[in-house]
Design a protein around this ligand. Structure first.
Ligand SMILES: [Fe+2]
Length: 315
């Protein structure tokens, strides 16, 4: 937040993209994070050793673009070993919520501040960047991140290695209907893929220093090339995104209790009531989230029996 405004921005794009396309369409970006000391393999090894286990997810990089989450292959290594052996481990790994570490939070906020300033705002809050979170990806050569969608906006930055990143337009619900969107937000992010979706894609070929903007709920798949890859998702949630997500979570819980719900936006008056109830309940539960065991129980109660899927293979 303290970066002087006269230095080159951490994240930049063709000016028309930042004003014309943001936040509605994907576009290419450039960034200055490729040699950042927090994003080296040795520093990421340290982070993998420090993070709570439920903030680390990993599996085999040998996955299909259209990947059934129940058939994902495991890798029998612990998180630190994965990072240390990433060139040969055949693995895909994500370290979640790295903003919990103050150094990483500063890095993420400085990057978003540069975008905020390019868009004419004085602060990340003024620009609508709230709930800033970071997700650090470490992948072996020839790994695939299956087709999926994420419930946040994202500047994706390539730090090391080469990635193909394909983003798809689902605004009309042709790729993922409302039921699939709710499932992806609340149960598992993966989305079934079909080759017929191809004309709806924008494909980015990313080297270190490159990146792309991925709008909220735009499905995408990612593949690494023939060397290991380090990338980071710099994410945030606008007030509207938080509202949509909360409604999807509440709808999913009510559906689990045998009460089918209309998608957000179909009944705005009811949405307002649901949002108030859900947020009141969430505020009561929030203090319990400090414990990893309580987080596990809360996920199980709120989201169903598969909510802790990525901990089953815990070493
Ligand atoms: Fe993603």
């Amino acid at each position: 937040m303290n970066a002087p405004s006269n230095i080159a921005p951490v994240i930049s794009a063709d000016n028309e993209s930042l004003t014309r396309d943001f936040p509605l369409k994907p576009f290419a970006i450039k960034h200055k994070l490729a040699n950042h000391p927090l994003l080296t393999l040795s520093r990421i090894t340290q982070l993998a050793a420090e993070l709570p286990r439920d903030l680390i997810e990993y599996n085999s990089g040998d996955a299909a673009i259209s990947q059934d989450p129940n058939q994902v292959k495991a890798v029998d290594l612990d998180p630190v070993e994965i990072v240390n052996r990433i060139q040969t481990a055949g693995a895909w790994m994500v370290l979640k919520r790295v903003e919990k570490s103050p150094d990483y939070r500063t890095l993420l906020e400085d990057a978003l501040l540069s975008v905020a300033r390019s868009r004419g705002f004085k602060s990340i809050a003024d620009a609508g960047f709230s709930q800033v979170e970071g997700f650090l990806f470490v992948s072996s050569p020839n790994s695939t991140t299956p087709f999926h969608m994420d419930a946040e906006d994202n500047f994706f930055v390539q730090i090391h290695g080469e990635k193909t990143f394909a983003v798809y337009n689902n605004r009309d619900g042709t790729i993922a209907d409302e039921a699939q969107v709710e499932h992806s937000i609340t149960k598992h992010r993966n989305v079934p893929y079909n080759e017929s979706f191809k004309p709806r894609s924008v494909v980015f070929h990313l080297l270190d220093g490159d990146g792309c903007y991925v709008p909220y709920l735009w499905p995408h798949w990612v593949k690494t090339a023939d060397t290991y890859s380090i990338s980071m998702a710099i994410t945030w949630k606008t007030e509207e995104v938080k509202r949509q997500n909360d409604l999807h979570f509440f709808n999913s819980m009510l559906r689990g209790l045998g009460m089918p719900q209309a998608a957000p936006g179909k009944n705005p008056a009811l949405d307002t009531v649901k949002l108030a109830v859900y947020r009141t309940a969430a505020a009561i539960v929030e203090p319990l989230r400090g414990s990893q065991m309580m987080r596990r129980i809360i996920r199980r109660v709120a989201l169903g029996k598969n909510a802790n899927y990525y901990l089953k293979k815990a070493a």
